[in-house]
Write a protein that binds this ligand. Structure first.
Ligand code: DGY
Length: 322
């Protein structure tokens, strides 16, 4: 009997590919870029399983193209806003994600962004490389202090909690907001306080976003929210770009409504509002919050294990639509 046929939409860390190859015939997108829509539609056809990325829009058309034989779309990400899970369920196709393994790695990067933005690390490094440093200057690259400040966490799930926990060494006050108070968050971050969104925005020195991208969270931070924030505040986004209205962010930075922003994600990835690049107090990264060797490998192994389970008629460990 021929081995089941698995398509992987982009090269993944080798241990994940090796694991898949132990069990299946595996085909991988040979190009070092995201598949075009046409390529995606063509390549999913006739597969038993697909390992997809957050850059692949998996909607009804793609699910139909994959056809009856396909048992699972194993997304190589914890976020799954790129997949129409309801349509997959309707088509009898399982969907899985990679929760847990990237929590601390993502929270670490939220902190890297917070530090880099507050202390203008990237702009200062560029200044040195350009040979512009002429000697110690009392007014050079003055940033924002971190110790003793207030950290506002929007979204009290795994990554929000891990980000908040890491503030303890900096004697910060932690405020958080979510749909409802979260006792697990409060236990993990002693002294943290549940507040409404307005209070969080008004009182926080750093606002870090950790909510999923849904209809309800698109442009969660826009003109109204920037106007509520402190003029010295810094916005950190390691979640999804469209949660922040990027045009409103540019305006808020120009008008001095907030002080800076650290962004791992942008509204129209890979594009972003070009004016953002003009601010020294803005750090923009290419969606690398989970990008450590260990974590990306674990994510790949998790996706592979989800495929193995599905193709053995077992429930995948991280199934979103059992
Ligand atoms: C995710 O997993 O959703 C991240 O955005 C990429 O690791």
């Amino acid at each position: 009997m021929p081995k089941p046929n698995v398509y992987v939409t982009r090269m993944l860390p080798k241990p994940a590919i090796d694991l898949l190859k132990e069990h299946f015939h595996v085909e991988i997108n040979p190009k070092n870029r995201v598949l075009t829509r046409d390529e995606l539609l063509k390549n999913v056809q006739g597969r038993d399983a697909v390992v997809s990325l957050l850059t692949d829009i998996i909607d009804e058309e793609v699910l139909t193209a994959a056809g009856q034989k396909c048992k699972i779309f194993a997304n190589y990400a914890v976020g799954y806003n790129n997949i129409d899970v309801a349509a997959a369920t309707e088509s009898g196709i399982l969907v899985s994600n990679t929760p847990g393994v990237l929590t601390d790695t993502t929270a670490d990067l939220a902190w890297a962004l917070l530090f880099a933005t507050a202390r203008q690390v990237v702009a200062a490094d560029k200044f040195m490389r350009l040979g512009q440093y002429l000697g110690w200057d009392p007014l050079l690259f003055l940033g924002q202090d971190i110790t003793g400040k207030t950290l506002g966490i929007l979204g009290s799930g795994r990554i929000g909690t891990a980000t908040a926990k890491k503030s303890i060494g900096f004697d910060m006050k932690v405020l958080y907001h979510d749909i409802k108070p979260n006792p697990d968050f409060e236990m993990a971050v002693p002294g943290s306080q549940f507040v409404n969104k307005e209070t969080l925005l008004k009182q926080s020195d750093f606002v870090s976003i950790h909510v999923p991208l849904l209809e309800a969270t698109k442009h969660l931070i826009s003109d109204r929210e920037f106007k509520l924030m402190k003029k010295t505040a810094i916005l950190i986004n390691t979640a999804r770009g469209p949660i922040v209205d990027e045009k409103a962010l540019v305006r808020a930075l120009k008008d001095g409504e907030i002080w800076g922003a650290g962004l791992d994600v942008t509204e129209y990835e890979p594009d972003f509002e070009s004016e953002l690049a003009e601010f020294d107090n803005v750090v923009i990264l290419p969606h690398i919050a989970s990008a450590s060797i260990e974590t990306r490998t674990m994510m790949g192994l998790m996706a592979a294990r989800n495929v193995i389970a599905a193709l053995n008629d077992e429930l995948p460990p991280n199934c979103l639509n059992p």
